[in-house]
Design a protein around this ligand. Structure first.
Ligand SMILES: C[S@@+](CC[C@H](N)C(=O)[O-])C[C@H]1O[C@@H](n2cnc3c(N)ncnc32)[C@H](O)[C@@H]1O
Length: 219
């Protein structure tokens, strides 16, 4: 049975405080890259406190932002009012999106596929709601490519990281999960953020574009 709600009140309050600072420290530029070139109807899942909303290009005609955590959703509702494209914020979980099949030109997953209980269920839902030929844009921290950091991530994920991070896992192989869900990845940038001499467990990131293949053909 899939989840129908998310409650991480302490994490939500910490994230609401820290994330605007992280945006000023460079995340905002990645959000800008993530969303550049999007058009039409977009669904953003796990929208958090709405920090992507200011970065949607004017060619986006509407954004349905799904966020299950009540505190973050309330902040996102304020951000939606300030956004320059129409944004509607609704309650819901990635495992059961409250929308019909193939109803969106694109979906956005940013820093949330680390937190869903089952990536394949969430990605299956994203695949369902994007129209054939439509896009999934993703920005996620992921499994390290260096064995030492990967070991650290594995240890953290088996112990304290999900408890501290509202269900977050430091070391998921999200690019592989996106492909396993039936998407074709057409762009994949790997980068370290933030950069530093000592890597943070969530420094390895991916940013990219995947397509739901058009029916009977390529993406
Ligand atoms: C680290 S925050 C990222 C928020 C936002 N996407 C951003 O880019 O700043 C992770 C988000 O995933 C959401 N989340 C966790 N589990 C979820 C689920 N099962 N379905 C949808 N969203 C979920 C959390 O409530 C939170 O908003």
């Amino acid at each position: 049975m899939s989840k129908t709600s998310v409650s991480h009140p302490i994490f939500a309050r910490v994230y609401a405080r820290l994330s605007p600072m992280m945006d000023r420290g460079g995340v905002a530029e990645h959000r800008q890259r993530l969303l550049a070139g999007l058009t039409g109807r977009v669904i953003e899942v796990g929208a958090g406190n709405g920090l992507n909303f200011a970065h949607y290009p004017p060619e986006v005609t509407s954004v349905l932002a799904v966020e299950p955590e009540p505190h973050l959703r309330q902040i996102a509702q304020g951000e939606a009012e300030r956004a320059s494209v129409p944004v509607e914020v609704v309650d819901g979980v990635a495992e059961r999106l409250p929308v019909g099949d193939a109803t969106f030109d694109a979906a956005v997953a940013s820093l949330m596929l680390c937190s869903v209980p089952d990536q394949q269920v969430a990605l299956g839902e994203l695949h369902r709601v994007i129209r054939p030929g439509g896009e999934l844009r993703f920005l996620e921290h992921v499994r390290a490519e260096t064995p030492a950091l990967e070991r650290v991530q594995r240890l953290l994920d088996a112990t304290i990281w999900p408890i501290l991070g509202g269900g977050c896992h430091a070391g998921r192989d999200t690019a592989a999960a996106i492909q396993a869900a039936g998407f074709a990845i057409s762009r994949l940038d790997r980068f370290i953020f933030p950069e530093g001499r000592v890597p943070f467990p969530t420094s390895p990131h991916i940013l990219g574009v995947a397509s739901r293949p058009a029916e009977g053909g390529d993406a």
